[in-house]
Design a protein around this ligand. Structure first.
Ligand code: GLN
Length: 283
């Protein structure tokens, strides 16, 4: 009889054999989602049998994962900060390192007045929704050039009852957006174009390239956006931008070259990698 614990072991072995990076965690997430069982039950009642339907579902999902489809696309959702977000091919899968932006903004934004937030390239809406969920007085605008991504962000906003505090705008970066904003955040595409072909298959074949490709050196979005920030921000407003491995010094130099942007600092993620540039508009 197929039980939770047997299915988990077999799933892990299947993913390991296929060379998947995180077979233990992936196997657990797929098993729990395919069976509808929660994590506690997996631990406390490991000999619970699987229904034939759940077994079939799990088999199909393991084959998809073995072919490198992201777990988030297979189960259709992904945890980000304290939210569960719908996740599919319409936008970049939310990543844990991006939570650094949420953490920094919550720690550094003033608490005595509601903040108006702009999220440039909002994708699934992850950063903006996490912030609005944490701060019931805040409002925000999420911009994306992809209509599909915005539809996903709208679904996510509705799912968390945040739709009335945010506006989603289709457009190229700040075109059509009216300031001022107290907070500006972004996880722009930052992979150098020539590096896209060599990315992990999970990313290369499943995340939209629009959300990955940052031009020849990956820095095009920062070059375009940093000079526009001062005019869009309130005095002493806060900004936080994610960047890729090794890009910190160049991204910081681009911000420091803009009159009106001050107090920039490079912040590391939980893997100890430089990941986010924060800064402020001057007073
Ligand atoms: N962090 C993503 C990756 O590792 C890239 C996301 C982006 O370009 N903003 O593939």
């Amino acid at each position: 009889m197929e039980t939770l614990v047997k299915a988990w072991t077999a799933a892990r072995q299947h993913l390991e054999a296929a060379g998947v990076d995180s077979p233990v965690i992936d196997a657990r997430i797929l098993l729990l989602s395919a069976t509808g069982v929660n994590r506690m039950t997996l631990i406390s009642e490991p000999h619970t049998p699987l229904t034939p339907e759940a077994q079939a579902r799990l088999r199909g999902w393991l084959d998809r994962r073995a072919a490198r489809e992201p777990v988030a696309h297979i189960v259709g959702e992904r945890g980000f900060w304290n939210l569960i977000l719908k996740s599919d091919a319409r936008a970049l899968v939310p990543r844990p390192e991006t939570e650094v932006i949420v953490d920094l903004i919550l720690k550094n934004a003033p608490v005595d007045r509601p903040q108006r937030v702009l999220d440039l390239g909002t994708g699934s809406g992850a950063i903006l929704l996490a912030l609005l969920a944490e701060r019931p007085e805040w409002t925000g605008v999420g911009v994306d050039v992809s209509q599909e991504a915005l539809a996903l962000a709208a679904d996510n906003a509705a799912m968390h009852d945040l739709g009335d505090r945010l506006t989603l705008v289709e457009g190229h970066w700040t075109d059509g957006v009216t300031g001022p904003f107290d907070v500006i955040v972004s996880n722009p595409p930052y992979i150098p174009s020539a590096d896209i072909a060599g990315l992990d298959v999970d990313v290369r074949d499943h995340d939209p390239h629009l959300a990955l490709d940052g031009g020849a050196d990956g820095l095009d979005p920062y070059r375009h956006l940093f000079p526009l920030l001062p005019d869009l921000m309130t005095p002493w407003g806060l900004f936080a931008f994610e960047f890729g491995i090794g890009q910190g010094p160049d991204v910081k130099a681009l911000a420091d070259a803009v009159p009106g942007l001050v107090k920039t600092a490079i912040i590391k993620d939980l893997s100890d990698k430089e990941r986010v540039l924060i800064g402020r508009r001057d007073l």
